[in-house]
Design a protein. Structure first.
Length: 318
């Protein structure tokens, strides 16, 4: 079934300003108490802050040591509709400035998760995680994981193997970082396996609550028939962000996404009782993100369940 793009005629056709759009759509189906905690300027008491503009302007307005988690996927500098392709050294300098500001506002026990793919220059592939890694080490941050996000669909290459993974670089600001594995455990492969000798013979040899999901995550990317699909060309799946939010923050902590896009970080944060702050330059994505925020607050949002098994086609479909 073809997915329809989100359209909000009463707003889009009237060409309202961002402030009017945000106020109008956020109040539809949302309680007065919830609407009072929504804003477009940073306030630590806000449950939601969505800023329309350059993320650096938002970041510079946030005090030191304010947020518990920064999670984002920056533009890859490959010429998507929402970015202007620049020289690789210019891209590096811009990313460095943004990352330094994110580090400044991060709490001492906080983390940064920077999800990136590849920059392709005249057929040559440059892994952005390798390019950006030195920026984090300059700030004395420590990498805790280099998570591989594997997905099954994407562009088909003819002169190299088709890319089917991207990377999440997880850095902590200090050695005293917050991490809770229990909310993101996945089902055990052998849940009834038991010790066969020793003092624990006959007891379960695995954690009954599930196992560590490892650093290779097989999560479907958001394509045309995905339940979360919007009109954004490079949309995060909510379950990817949920795993980071649940393991690296506590309820009511502040999560920041400097490149908010379609608002998936807001969705994951709201559904798991975290506060969220984000910036987005493109007005059409602001409208999409705002609508998804409203639906998350009102309970209308549809997402793919975290840890849902990957669909396997039947014999008739193959």
């Amino acid at each position: 079934m073809k997915q329809r793009a989100i359209r909000i005629p009463e707003i889009q056709d009237k060409q309202l300003s961002f402030e009017e759009v945000f106020k109008k759509i956020s109040l539809v189906g949302v309680s007065k108490k919830q609407s009072k905690a929504i804003g477009d300027k940073f306030n630590p008491n806000n449950s939601i802050t969505l800023f329309h503009g350059d993320c650096l302007k938002l970041l510079k307005s946030i005090p030191n040591n304010s947020v518990s988690l920064v999670v984002t996927s920056p533009p890859y500098n490959i010429g998507k509709e929402y970015e202007k392709k620049s020289k690789i050294h210019e891209y590096y300098d811009w990313q460095r400035e943004v990352i330094r500001e994110c580090h400044r506002i991060l709490k001492d026990d906080g983390s940064i998760c920077w999800q990136v793919g590849n920059y392709v220059d005249n057929g040559e592939v440059i892994p952005l995680d390798l390019l950006l890694y030195p920026i984090f080490t300059e700030l004395k941050m420590k990498m805790r994981n280099r998570i591989i996000w594997h997905f099954g669909h994407g562009l088909h290459a003819s002169k190299r193997f088709s890319g089917r993974h991207e990377t999440i670089m997880w850095f902590s600001k200090s050695d005293n970082y917050y991490f809770d594995l229990d909310p993101v455990r996945v089902p055990q492969k052998y849940p009834n396996k038991k010790h066969f000798k020793g003092t624990k013979k006959g007891e379960l040899s695995c954690n009954p609550n599930g196992k560590n999901p490892s650093d290779v995550w097989d999560i479907p990317n958001v394509k045309s028939n995905h339940v979360e699909k919007t009109d954004h060309p490079c949309q995060f799946p909510a379950s990817l962000i949920e795993r980071l939010v649940l393991s690296m923050t506590k309820e009511n902590d502040i999560v920041l996404d400097p490149f908010a896009g379609s608002g998936t970080t807001f969705v994951a944060s709201i559904l798991n009782k975290r506060k969220c702050v984000g910036a987005e330059t493109e007005e059409k994505y602001i409208k999409i993100a705002t609508d998804r925020i409203r639906k998350s607050l009102s309970g209308e949002i549809k997402i793919r369940e975290m840890n849902k098994p990957i669909y396997q086609p039947t014999d008739l479909e193959q």
